[in-house]
Design a protein around this ligand. Structure first.
Ligand SMILES: C[S@@+](CC[C@H](N)C(=O)[O-])C[C@H]1O[C@@H](n2cnc3c(N)ncnc32)[C@H](O)[C@@H]1O
Length: 458
């Protein structure tokens, strides 16, 4: 059971979190200054919103400080390697106008679409992952505020009356190692929350919002490390899980997300559409030629985040997947799910600098060489698809980091520039964006340092 006192404490915590964000936003200045980083390089530091007319020369390096990662619906649920909102916001304002349509072919949790909505642009968000579709839809769907208020209160009331009943089993999905990932009491609490959500007579949009809130607590109440992109149990973390943890965390996130969606709702007009495309792939965008005015994206990093593995617990609890995740993994660009017959021979992409690196990786690890090659080959298909679906003179901005594969510096952005050129794109500009606060944890020797933004013009 959760007591009324606990609910009051949760409410206080939510008020504090919202006030912290408000304070942060009030302090935010649009400020452009010169700074030197730890490597002695000069960068232009930009705090907060990026001025539309910020001068850029090819190869410039910027340090962007974001203040809005949790503002509006951006703050609903974690998602690895998310955009910081100021970046797509700036690019959307720079390269499109009101009522235009913006594409994000690797849309993920829909940061681009949220910014497009907030700035009166229609948008299409493509992704291959059912979890991304689910979350993107919730984050871009305004809700009926009255319905939200009534049913949030009702749901919290029900949650406080937690009890174990026989029919809870119906809400417990069966999936590999479930009882290792979760303690028994937490499984029952999660099932109870699901049951309460299922029992409400509400719109599908509101139910999905409640389910996204439910999903947001799953990792934190599991035995897995909260912060690692790979879902893994680390005994040395000695993670503390206690009874009522799922219930209280759910109530806290529910109140927090409710306030975020209320803020978001104020700025959304009905005549602007955010389309979450569920049948397209970044390599096969099922839209007609010349559909989009502008495209912006951040593709997966080769070899860095295994999205299906990151979201496996959420996928199973939401019943978006059952059993093996391998078929889903294979759809992902950058996937490590490759077969021996593919990687026993050396594959080259016909970009001189990239091929040198692919050969060097092949010497020590054939599989990694193929994964890296496949990433570039898939990105070429994506670049061709975006070219086809962009209107003439439309820009495609790609934000991509470098990484190290088997000791080799893999400079994706440079290779993508060459690939874009041979597919008829002009290179309008490119610049570096230093990452100050990256939420993805990857192996130390494979750390991603700087993102590069390449702007291509059709
Ligand atoms: C770096 S994340 C994008 C994050 C996004 N910018 C955001 O702010 O949430 C890359 C995304 O690419 C998606 N992805 C991987 N392979 C894909 C494919 N073949 N087609 C479309 N999306 C794909 C992944 O599911 C993941 O959501």
């Amino acid at each position: 059971m959760i007591t009324n006192e606990t609910i009051e404490q949760i409410k206080d915590r939510v008020v504090k979190k919202n006030n912290n964000l408000k304070r942060k936003l009030q302090k935010r200045l649009i400020n452009v200054s010169e700074v030197t980083n730890n490597f002695g390089e000069t960068l232009t530091r930009v705090d907060g919103d990026i001025p539309i007319d910020l001068p850029i020369n090819k190869g410039d390096r910027f340090l962007f400080i974001s203040y809005e990662q949790t503002r509006y619906t951006h703050g609903i649920h974690k998602y690895p390697a998310k955009f910081f909102p100021e970046l797509p916001r700036w690019l959307i304002q720079k390269y499109s106008k009101e009522s235009d349509t913006v594409l994000d072919p690797f849309g993920g949790s829909a940061t681009t679409s949220i910014e497009a909505l907030l700035h009166r642009r229609n948008s299409v968000s493509v992704d291959v992952d059912p979890f991304a579709h689910f979350l993107a839809k919730v984050k871009t769907t305004p809700l009926d505020i009255e319905e939200l208020e009534i049913y949030t209160n009702l749901l919290i009331k029900k949650i406080t009356k937690f009890k174990i009943t026989k029919n809870l089993n119906k809400y417990i999905p069966d999936f590999p190692y479930r009882d290792n990932w979760f303690n028994q009491e937490i499984i029952l609490e999660l099932a109870y929350i699901k049951k309460c959500i299922a029992a409400l007579d509400i719109s599908e949009d509101l139910r999905n919002f409640f389910l996204a809130t439910f999903s947001s607590i799953i990792r934190s109440v599991s035995n897995a490390d909260n912060n690692c992109t790979r879902t893994v149990i680390r005994k040395r973390l000695n993670k503390q899980i206690y009874p009522t943890m799922a219930l209280t965390k759910f109530v806290e996130n529910l109140l927090l997300y409710k306030s975020r969606i209320e803020q978001f709702n104020k700025f959304i007009s009905k005549d602007i559409i955010a389309d979450i495309a569920t049948t397209s792939d970044a390599r096969d965008i099922q839209y007609e030629d010349e559909s989009f005015d502008f495209a912006v994206t951040s593709p997966p990093y080769v070899n860095a985040v295994d999205y299906p593995r990151t979201h496996q617990l959420e996928l199973y609890w939401l019943e978006l997947e059952k059993g093996s995740l391998t078929p889903l993994k294979k759809k992902h660009i950058g996937t490590e799910s490759v077969s021996v017959k593919d990687y026993k021979n050396l594959h080259l992409i016909n970009v001189e600098e990239a091929d040198k690196v692919l050969k060097a990786i092949f010497e020590t690890d054939k599989r990694r060489a193929y994964i890296a090659y496949k990433f570039l080959a898939d990105m070429e298909k994506n670049i061709q698809e975006v070219y086809r679906t962009l209107k003439p003179n439309g820009r495609y901005a790609i934000v991509i980091g470098n990484n190290t594969i088997k000791g080799q510096n893999f400079e994706s952005w440079k290779y993508l520039i060459e690939i874009a050129k041979r597919n008829k794109f002009e290179i309008e500009t490119y610049f570096g964006s230093e990452i100050i606060k990256h939420f993805i944890k990857i192996k130390r020797n494979e750390r991603i340092n700087t993102d590069w933004v390449i702007v291509l013009k059709k």
